[in-house]
Design a protein around this ligand. Structure first.
Ligand SMILES: [Ca+2]
Length: 284
């Protein structure tokens, strides 16, 4: 069985600097993610906890600075310093989501270098999972992205300064260009279900962007992902007793038919090409 450890780690949530966004045309679910809405903040304008004037966002802690001409933005003319004047802040927003769908949260970060601390720290929380990010003071923006599976029909995204001392923090992480997009492959749900095959009934289920399956022959398992066009599943099969390649594991693929009722695919031992035929037809 080829290791699926890396797959499991990704399922727990990934956080990548310099991540190039998936090339799917999609709608940004975040309102005012670039902080461009509302009156001109001039150099910068401070918004405090509980104030509702930062369009789209709720300030749940401390204060934040809506930055205008004071610093260049990553996108447009404005950005947000998560440490206000003063006070380490937290902003949040809830967006509509579909439970089980896969989303990508993207944002750009710089770090206000004009005062302490040298290393800025913030937390980003989405769908109940938090990630901590630290950054040396710099006006240069870096893109970040993380993927999550929605648990509910509303998902809250929050960004929180963790700089200390919180009450006097003034020079925080600079945030801009926040987006949340549904990146669920459009055909992913068509693979989910039961398929008759020569190795028994394959039962596909979705876990985030991953498809996993079981089948009866030697208590077989399959795990993998869909191609960018959503028509081809590629992954690995493994079976008892060892669940390890090359004898008990290897590569597998399936192509979904146009009508969604058939899979044509193949399998192979270990790293060999999956050239042995493995076809299936939809059962449920
Ligand atoms: Ca902006």
């Amino acid at each position: 069985m080829k290791s699926t450890m890396c797959v499991s780690a990704v399922l727990a949530g990934i956080l990548l600097a310099g991540f190039s966004s998936l090339a799917l045309a999609n709608q940004n679910l975040v309102v005012n993610g670039s902080f461009e809405a509302g009156p001109d903040p001039g150099s910068f304008t401070t918004f405090k906890q509980g104030e509702k004037s930062l369009h789209g966002w709720y300030i749940g802690k401390g204060s934040v600075d809506l930055v205008g001409s004071y610093f260049p933005a990553s996108d447009g003319q404005r950005s947000l310093d998560l440490d206000g004047s003063p006070g380490a802040g937290r902003i949040s927003q809830s967006v509509d989501t579909v439970p089980g769908h896969l989303y990508q949260l993207s944002f750009d970060l710089a770090a206000n270098p004009e005062g302490p601390p040298n290393i800025k720290t913030m937390g980003v929380t989405v769908a109940g999972t938090s990630h901590k990010i630290s950054k040396l003071g710099s006006k240069t923006y870096t893109p970040y992205a993380l993927q999550f599976v929605a648990l509910d029909d509303r998902t809250t995204v929050s960004f929180e300064s963790l700089n200390q001392p919180a009450d006097s923090a003034k020079f925080g992480m600079l945030l801009d260009n926040v987006s949340v997009m549904d990146i669920t492959p459009p055909t992913l749900h068509q693979f989910v279900g039961e398929w008759d095959s020569p190795w028994g009934v394959i039962k596909f289920r979705q876990e985030g962007r991953y498809l996993k399956a079981t089948y009866p022959h030697d208590n077989g398992r399959i795990v993998g992902t869909l191609s960018a066009d959503g028509r081809t599943f590629e992954g690995e099969w493994s079976e008892s007793p060892s669940y390890k390649p090359p004898q008990d594991g290897g590569r597998v693929y399936f192509n979904l038919s146009d009508d969604g009722q058939a899979l044509t695919g193949g399998w192979g031992y270990g790293s060999a090409p999956p050239s042995s035929v493995w076809n299936a037809t939809r059962k449920h």
